[in-house]
Design a protein around this ligand. Structure first.
Ligand code: DGY
Length: 317
């Protein structure tokens, strides 16, 4: 940030209050989300914008970057940055930052909670009680988690934190990823199909984006089998949602717990009408503490960059 003129930053959608307050204090902030005519504002300020702050539902592609010829940095609120075209950014010399580490524990906790909720049918039991059924008939029994085989797709920071938590549940843990991790005390499967065949529960925690689109399709769901439970806390794009809805409706897998969807905030009706799904509105990192930490990191990346100290948490492209 130069002492004469603070850098001009663009906000496309509303973000965590702490981000918006800090950006308004430290920079010259322009907000498309509150502009009466966003297109006119973009045309007016676009040539001066040097930083973008974005969240998971804001797509930042080459076409947008080309409307911001002075853009230097895109600060993403979240560890997943599949909505930002990082390759297009790199080609234009634009830095992209994300918010790793600060949300690892929260997302891992949510993944375990979602797994338990899905397998033990906790939301369904709640609905059953509230509908007054309990006095008339017992709630149907559920499977156990204990003794199950849990496969993790993506043994990164969050995947490992999930595995560590699950060790206490008496399950066998295995994983698939681009390569085996020598220090991981879990069985490695070189193929996703192999992992699905060897798992009762498949937890998806790999990055989104073109390389992983619809990795969980009919074939993987078939391999998971009729006792199988799918849990996705990563990105909806990894799952073929039509194939998943068909498998759940036909009972070729048992249940799914989803915190993420391919086209958020749209939730496919075919998943929402099923009784064997537990659906959450992308709340993996949604605690006061963690969202505040993510906000802090978004702002600190921008402050550090414009102070000439470089980005704190740049993504690799
Ligand atoms: C992330 O950080 O990628 C989480 O999904 C929260 O948005």
């Amino acid at each position: 940030m130069t002492s004469e003129s603070p850098a001009e930053i663009l906000l496309i959608r509303p973000m965590h209050n702490a981000v918006m307050e800090a950006l308004a204090r430290d920079f010259r902030l322009h907000r498309l989300d509150t502009a009466p005519d966003p297109e006119a504002l973009l045309a007016e300020v676009g040539p001066r914008i040097r930083g973008l702050a974005v969240g998971a539902q804001t797509r930042v592609d080459g076409a947008l970057m080309d409307r911001l010829p002075r853009l230097e940095i895109v600060a993403n609120f979240g560890v997943g940055y599949d909505t930002v075209d990082a390759r297009a950014a790199a080609q234009r010399g634009i830095v992209v930052t994300n918010t790793p580490d600060v949300l690892t524990d929260e997302v891992a906790d949510l993944a375990v909670g979602l797994l338990l909720a899905t397998l033990r049918r906790i939301p369904q039991a709640d609905r059953y009680l509230r509908a007054g059924h309990w006095p008339k008939a017992p709630f149907p029994l559920s499977p156990s988690l204990r003794g199950r085989r849990v496969g993790i797709l993506g043994l990164g920071r969050i995947g490992r934190a999930i595995a560590q938590r699950l060790e206490g549940f008496g399950v066998a843990i295995a994983y698939h990823g681009r390569r085996p991790q020598g220090d991981a005390p879990y069985a490695y499967h070189p193929t996703l199909i192999g992992l699905a065949e060897a798992s009762d529960v498949l937890i998806v925690v790999a990055p989104g984006g073109a390389d992983t689109a619809k990795l969980i399709g009919a074939e993987v769901l078939d391999a998971l089998g009729p006792e199988g439970v799918l849990v996705n806390v990563a990105r909806g794009s990894l799952v073929d949602e039509a194939a998943l809805a068909a498998a759940l409706a036909a009972g070729t897998i048992q249940a799914a717990g989803l915190d993420v969807f391919a086209d958020e905030p749209h939730v496919p009706e075919a998943l929402a009408v099923l009784d064997n799904t537990v659906l959450l509105p992308h709340v993996g990192s949604a605690s006061h503490h963690t969202r505040a930490e993510m906000a802090r990191l978004v702002v600190e990346n921008l402050v550090s960059w414009f102070a000439g100290r470089g980005p704190l948490t740049p993504v690799a492209e």
